[in-house]
Design a protein around this ligand. Structure first.
Ligand code: NAX
Ligand code: K
Length: 514
């Protein structure tokens, strides 16, 4: 299982490694520098042959210390290296100071902000950002922003850009770019980010993937420390998805509530996803006016007429209906009427879209009715309607780090709602009320930009409902569905429409050996 370590957790892992006597700070710094050099040579093998030129920007902390190691290692490979330091060398922390002195025996230490422009420019080269890493606590102000801007200007267009641990300006915990007062937020835009021991939440959340470029995490010999509160990075479905045989009733019966005439498509998409992911039976609950429309569109799916809360209560007397999904295309009025009844029935329940927006005026009424087997699947806007205070924390400029993150927001929301919350986005965060949390990022090797298409969210809700019907717990169902949703999108690729997602599941499941 991969975990994402916050800046504080990373410091604790480093201290534990050093306190055990297994490794010293200087050794960790040396391995970090070696890791960056190895990653950059692997990424651009040609730079070893053709350019062999680097500018290294060092900051006042240990991130800067890594920069001195990198400069020395590249120099040893016969690269031309120009190094610049922000701050006073006499105030560097001990390990960084040691590496400053080792570098200083080989080359010059220029001052930042530049008193004279770098000698190296034009052609090709590599600029190494070792200004700030996990220790960044405030935005890059008038002193640092122009240093970064220089490498976005003419002369450096063909240079590769490598960030050490994190692009400077990016908050390790939240993936938000820190602001400096009223100045525009400045950040180093990397082609490659090389981090150490474990990825950080900021590599996957918010602006992280956009500014990190490619991400490499290198081993620096720290033992895997376990942090109960660390977020997991989702890289697999986490559930056995194969069917163990048996009757269709052994695999659950999902009930998807549909909206009225002309608005049934979303529920049909959700229902098809629930069926494809293996629910034994799936029934659409439809108001009378939409019955013809739905009947004309379904085959393996079933349909029941549900006009009122009483009709839903009556239907749910059948205990075989073990998972319910409300929201996709449901309509606000119908959601207000049906959601309380569905929650009273105590089934595993997914609430999405209109089923969430219906409670915008009174989220407390929803929270009181929810139970532990529920999953809420808000996107940012729906999240803001139910948890306006948490959404406000996430919005607007981030003035100091470590910043409030989507992990913090989803975790607080799950605790408040008393159920699983899946906060949707390219950086989906899933949190359980006990604080368990994971991040599913459609980023780097798993980017799926085609998922930003109408109806994709309805399919996600249906996948969760199908997995709930099959007996998965709320958190596990949401986690697996987020993974499968992106796998299905990646299986189709460009041109994807939501209808394709359920149809891609057989290939996805086959690929997973299910
Ligand atoms: N934790 C670990 O296990 C390891 C950490 N290493 C490196 O050490 C880094 C963390 O080092 P530090 O904790 O010293 O932190 P940083 O080097 O990221 O920065 C801390 C320094 O920057 C100053 N600062 C913060 N924000 C500023 C701003 N906006 N403008 C000006 N100055 C600012 C702080 O006052 C402090 O002096 C990691 O990112 C990584 O690169 C590596 O050497 C390997 C091992
Ligand atoms: K950096």
């Amino acid at each position: 299982m991969s975990v994402l370590l916050t800046a504080a957790q990373m410091r604790a892992a480093e201290h534990a490694g050093m306190a055990s006597g297994a490794v010293s700070g200087a050794e960790l710094m040396e391995r970090a520098g070696q890791g960056v050099v190895a990653a950059l040579l692997k990424t651009w093998p040609n730079s070893e042959v053709a350019a062999r030129r680097a500018i290294v920007l060092c900051g006042p902390g240990n991130n800067g210390g890594d920069g001195f190691v990198i400069a020395r290692l590249l120099h040893q490979r016969d690269w031309q290296v120009e190094l610049f330091l922000l701050g006073d060398s006499s105030r560097l922390p001990a390990d960084a100071r040691l590496n400053h002195d080792r570098w200083n025996a080989l080359g010059k230490v220029g001052a930042l902000p530049f008193d004279a422009p770098p000698r190296l420019s034009g052609g090709e080269g590599v600029v190494i950002d070792a200004l700030f890493g996990t220790g960044l606590t405030r935005g890059l102000g008038a002193e640092v922003a122009p240093i970064l801007a220089r490498f976005e200007a003419a002369g450096y267009a063909d240079w590769h850009r490598v960030a050490v641990d994190l692009p400077s300006g990016l908050c390790a915990d939240s993936g938000r770019v820190l602001a400096a007062g009223d100045s525009p937020a400045a950040v180093f835009r990397a082609d490659l980010t090389v981090s150490f021991h474990s990825a950080k939440p900021g590599h996957f959340l918010a602006q992280g993937p956009e500014v990190c470029g490619a991400l490499e995490v290198v081993d620096i010999g720290l033992a895997a420390a376990s942090f109960a509160e660390a977020a997991e990075l989702v890289t697999d479905p986490g559930l056995p998805l194969g069917k163990r045989g048996g009757h269709k009733f052994d695999h659950g019966h999902a009930l998807i509530l549909s909206g009225g005439f002309g608005r049934t498509g979303a529920a049909r998409l959700a229902a098809r996803a629930a069926l494809r992911i293996g629910a034994g039976l799936v029934t659409l609950a439809v108001p009378g006016a939409a019955q013809m429309e739905v009947a004309a569109q379904i085959t393996a799916l079933m349909m029941r007429r549900v006009e009122t809360a009483e009709a839903l209560a009556q239907l749910l007397e059948d205990r075989r209906l073990n998972a319910v999904c409300l929201g996709p295309g449901l309509g606000i009025e119908r959601a207000r009427m049906l959601v309380p009844e569905a929650l009273r029935a105590g089934r595993a329940t997914v609430l999405d879209a209109d089923a969430l927006s219906a409670f915008a005026g009174d989220p407390e009424a929803l929270f009181t009715a929810l139970h532990a087997d529920c999953v809420l699947t808000p996107h940012g806007g729906e999240f803001a309607r139910l948890f306006p205070d948490l959404a406000r924390h996430l919005a607007g400029p981030l003035q100091s780090g470590p910043g409030f993150s989507r992990i913090d927001a989803a975790r607080a929301a799950a605790a408040r709602a008393g159920c699983t919350v899946l906060l949707k986005g390219p950086d989906t965060v899933i949190a359980a009320p006990d604080g368990t949390v994971c991040v599913h990022a459609a980023a780097y090797g798993r980017a799926a930009p085609w998922l930003a298409t109408a109806g994709a969210g309805d399919v996600l809700a249906g996948l969760i409902c199908g997995l709930l019907a099959r007996g998965a717990g709320a958190y596990q169902a949401a986690r697996a569905a987020a993974f499968l949703h992106v796998e299905a999108a990646r299986c189709i690729g460009p041109g994807l429409i939501a209808e394709d997602l359920p149809e891609a599941l057989p290939a996805v499941l086959r690929g997973l050996g299910a």
